[in-house]
Design a protein around this ligand. Structure first.
Ligand SMILES: NC(=O)c1ccc[n+]([C@@H]2O[C@H](COP(=O)([O-])OP(=O)(O)OC[C@H]3O[C@@H](n4cnc5c(N)ncnc54)[C@H](O)[C@@H]3O)[C@@H](O)[C@H]2O)c1
Length: 315
């Protein structure tokens, strides 16, 4: 593989796709002092991106911003070639559609120098399935963020069968260099790690709504006023280690192990009927109440900032 350019020499990053995630990445890269070039085919992309960066900036200023960061140091391009020209790294955040990603990767492969690493925000496609028919697939890496990428530190990094391990290491080091918490995965796992866990919860929640067993509001509160309060400090494993009392996880497993087989879960996905969709949407509208999208973003960001500050040294 061509030697990769040094991560510390990069001053310009291209964000391909600038919706919730690509726009959030753009805000984060700006806050870290990079120049950002954006490409997104939507007519209103520039306008939406401006709004997203404005909303993200106050929270970024509290936590991860470097001195001299300039929130206007971005340009939005009509032409993909122009957007990726002179970018030292590309973060792809186009819609989660396998064929679309394959076609876009082929374009990016052609338009970028082979020493440029391309990170994909995909929520679950293995790189092996996305990087097909490329001339230089060895520098395509998954860099899976969490919404909002400008505040949640975690990025899951994993390559595909054709990715050079050096590119995977490069991406992990690059994300760490810019202040992210990286999980470098040795092999491809559907949904990576965190989405696999989130999906399990999400499926159970949809089943409960579908069966009329819980409302949207009850499901959200069951986490925010319950187990969710423990998770910023300890993940699900250490949480259960403490739940075992002084006997720790060993007691936990011996005590509750048999109930693992209780028919509590229905992990197969429920049929996403129109009725279920409408019930979930209506429940969220009810939960949001008078709060607009912008109000909810501000509320979430202020909460994450406060929690990250509190969790401080441990995070
Ligand atoms: N939303 C999340 O919580 C989340 C979290 C982690 C990862 N992701 C992943 O990030 C990626 C983007 O998701 P999102 O939630 O930002 O979606 P989104 O719908 O908010 O944004 C997608 C953007 O891509 C643009 N777009 C459409 N066609 C394109 C193309 N051919 N090339 C480039 N851009 C194109 C759209 O105009 C839109 O602005 C997906 O792969 C998704 O799985 C999403």
């Amino acid at each position: 593989m061509t030697a990769l350019r040094s991560a510390s020499s990069i001053d310009t990053i291209a964000c391909v796709g600038a919706g919730t995630i690509g726009g959030g990445w753009a805000a984060y890269f700006l806050a870290r002092g990079y120049r950002v070039k954006v490409w997104d085919p939507a007519e209103d992309a520039a306008e939406k991106l401006g709004r997203l960066i404005d909303a993200a900036w106050p929270a970024l200023a509290e936590l991860d911003m470097v001195e001299g960061a300039d929130k206007s140091a971005f340009t939005v391009h009509r032409d993909l070639a122009e957007a990726v020209a002179d970018a030292g790294f590309v973060q792809e955040s186009a819609p989660e559609n396998l064929q679309l990603k394959r076609e876009l990767f082929a374009e990016l492969d052609e338009l970028t120098a082979p020493d440029v690493v391309i990170g994909s925000s995909t929520s679950g496609y293995p790189m092996t399935e996305m990087a097909v028919n490329l001339v230089h697939p060895e520098r395509f890496v998954v860099g899976h963020p969490f919404n909002p990428p400008y505040l949640i530190p975690l990025v899951e990094v994993v390559g595909g069968e054709l990715t050079d391990p050096a590119a995977v290491r490069w991406a992990a080091e690059f994300y760490e260099l810019i202040g992210k918490s990286v999980i470098l995965m040795e092999r491809e796992v559907p949904g990576f790690i965190a989405n696999r866990l989130q999906e399990a919860l999400w499926r159970e929640a949809l089943h409960m709504i579908d069966q009329g067993e819980a409302t949207v509001e009850q499901i959200d509160r069951s986490i925010t006023d319950g187990p969710g309060l423990r998770w910023p400090m300890h993940g699900p494993m250490l949480t259960f280690h403490l739940a075992g009392g002084e006997g720790g996880m060993a007691h936990m497993l011996d005590h509750f192990g048999p109930s693992l087989k209780s028919p509590w879960t229905r992990l197969l996905a429920p049929e996403l009927t129109g009725q279920l969709r409408d019930a979930v949407v209506a429940g969220c509208d009810l939960a949001a109440g008078e709060r607009s999208f912008a109000d909810l973003v501000a509320e979430r960001d202020a909460g994450i900032v406060a929690i990250r500050k509190l969790a401080g040294g441990q995070r």
